[in-house]
Design a protein. Structure first.
Length: 349
């Protein structure tokens, strides 16, 4: 790899999705010099394909996840005060086809819930709860995060996809490398526990909807959702473990449209504007914290967020910034760069 020209930063962040950009912003706010390097610009990352709504999804929950999600919820609600960020606080319904007695965890964690009259739910759904949560128009939000990185003095570089952390060390002399590469982290960290779960959505012209809808269907893991974003609405979705095709599947798109129209008849005939596909990086535990060092550099892992990248982003970014401060001589004794402290508490990655 040809080294990047310019001043040597304190931290090199790999990845320009929501977790990479959020981490870069928190590091910059902590007074560190930061460069973000990525193969794909923000609007071509998996983050850009997200719906998106706050709520843990496709992520193995442990004692850390609730903390990160809560911190991110607070930050997103602050950002929702400015419409230019792409974040807004919206009302909507979480529904269940199975008639479960308790509301879904992703809804319950957002705040107050009100049971719905079953007669007012779409056909096929037995119970529902109304609540409020931040919904995020991802293209606008990613633009906002990119602007924030630049406004705080960060640098962005795009180039060939990195296949190993050694290549990152050749690219930059930054003493700390943060691995926010999403599915790319599988190669960078040599982590076979990281697996893709393919998601596909359909973007249509919004017929005037303002409330979101999330419906858990009878099939395990099957979810129908409608997220209005001003003139657009994002419809989904799919969960396909191990699938890696980035080409939209017309049959899947047709099924998404049928399910969403059944849930919200106003969508019938809405013009299709785009199809989006992303590979969610799913892992048994989110990998966050010190990892095996490379070429004398410290490495911080921040990947494996599954379908909860937006939901955990700010909480994880805060922890990344705290860890980088320790590694660069802040309070406490920096850990060695040989990975003797683990990102997920179970040994070197």
């Amino acid at each position: 790899m040809t080294p990047m020209a310019g001043q040597i930063p304190d931290v090199l962040v790999i990845g320009a999705g929501v977790c990479g950009l959020s981490s870069a912003i928190e590091l910059l706010r902590a007074g560190l010099a930061v460069t973000v390097y990525a193969a794909d610009p923000p609007l071509r990352t998996t983050s850009a394909a997200a719906g998106a709504i706050w709520g843990p999804h496709l992520v193995a929950e442990d004692e850390r996840v609730a903390r990160w999600a809560g911190q991110t919820l607070t930050r997103l609600r602050e950002l929702a005060r400015d419409p230019a960020t792409g974040v807004r606080e919206a009302a909507g319904v979480a529904a269940s086809a199975a008639g479960r007695a308790d509301p879904p965890g992703f809804a319950a964690a957002a705040g107050a819930l009100a049971p719905c009259d079953p007669a007012g739910l779409p056909r096929g759904y037995a119970r529902g709860w109304r609540y409020r949560a931040p919904v995020v128009a991802m293209p606008t939000y990613l633009d906002h995060l990119t602007d924030e990185v630049l406004r705080h003095g960060g640098q962005l570089h795009f180039g060939p996809r990195l296949r190993a952390l050694e290549e990152a060390a050749e690219l930059s002399a930054a003493p700390v490398i943060v691995n926010c590469a999403g599915m790319g982290a599988r190669d960078l960290a040599g982590d076979p526990e990281l697996v893709p779960v393919r998601g596909q959505v359909v973007v249509v012209a919004n017929p005037g909807l303002t409330d979101f809808f999330v419906g858990e269907r009878d099939e395990p893991g099957a979810v129908t959702y409608v997220f209005p974003h001003g003139p657009l609405a994002v419809l989904g979705g799919t969960q396909q473990p191990g699938e890696t095709s980035m080409r939209p599947d017309p049959a899947i798109a047709g099924a998404i449209l049928r399910e969403c129209v059944a849930a919200e008849p106003a969508l019938a005939g809405a013009p299709v504007l785009a199809h989006r596909v992303g590979l969610r990086p799913v892992r048994p535990r989110v990998s966050l914290g010190p990892a095996r060092g490379v070429a004398g550099r410290h490495v911080i892992a921040n990947y494996g967020h599954g379908g909860a990248g937006v939901t955990l982003s700010w909480g994880c970014a805060r922890e990344v910034a705290e860890e980088a401060g320790l590694l660069l001589g802040g309070p406490g004794r920096p850990p060695p760069a040989d990975g003797s402290r683990r990102a997920d508490g179970a040994g070197a990655q």
